[in-house]
Design a protein around this ligand. Sequence first.
Ligand SMILES: [Fe+2]
Ligand SMILES: [Fe+2]
Length: 279
Amino acid sequence: MIADRPISELMRSSSYDVDAAVPLAGVAEHMSNGGIDLVPVRRDGVPVGFLLQADVNRLEEIVDTEAVTVGQVMRRDVCTVRVHARLSAAVRAMSVSGAGVALVMDEPRIVGWLTALAAMRILAEPGAGGLSASEVRAQILEEHVHLADQLKHVADLAGATLSGKTDAVAQLRSRGVMLYRELCDHLDVEDRILAPALGDTPGFGPLRKQQLLAHHAEQRSELREALSRLESGGGSDVEVASELLRLVAVIRDDMAQEERDLLDPNLLTDELINVSFSG
Ligand SMILES: [Fe+2]
Ligand SMILES: [Fe+2]
């Protein structure tokens, strides 16, 4: 049962947290440069909240980030769970306290976090008593729409960088890091929900599943390698922009092929008998 899995296997790891009293500016810069989506916040050592990259982006436009502290703008709907806790215990803790995020503690360190939304997605997976084939298809297509937006954004920044706009470079590097991470997360979701759904398709189901997992393993190692190069600041601006443009083209092709071959509504159908793909 997925609900019995330890939270440590399902959380996003975290090695950076901040005190509520520090100004937002430095933290915002660190998040942006490191492509960090969420930062846990402590007061007197006790976890009290978290900052989301999406919130920070909005705040940067409306407040003086040097003048406000993290504690003034953080979200407070947080709870803590121990690193050995099971997913079910983390979900209960979030539900009882109304928290949107569970911070995972290996006392005294905060070692990771899990959002309520991510927990719901994990619990909704097939095998957890969850999604039908058509629901899997809808969820993956939805992720593709979101990724297509991210790809366009990175392609625009890479284009601007290559045409000499130096103010695009910092954003290109941080958005590039975020894109690599989102693509890795997408592979994880597809492995967890699309692979089993494909395995159940008629005809060559097990082969489709096996090919998807093998292709993702290859993609994952390439993405991780490129991510660590980018995170370590390697490569000139032009090299980074060119590599990201190549990545955008490859991922666009890959998504189109996946949508054509694997996300066909006649293949991922809730009907029991499937004529078109049964050969
Ligand atoms: Fe994929
Ligand atoms: Fe995909």
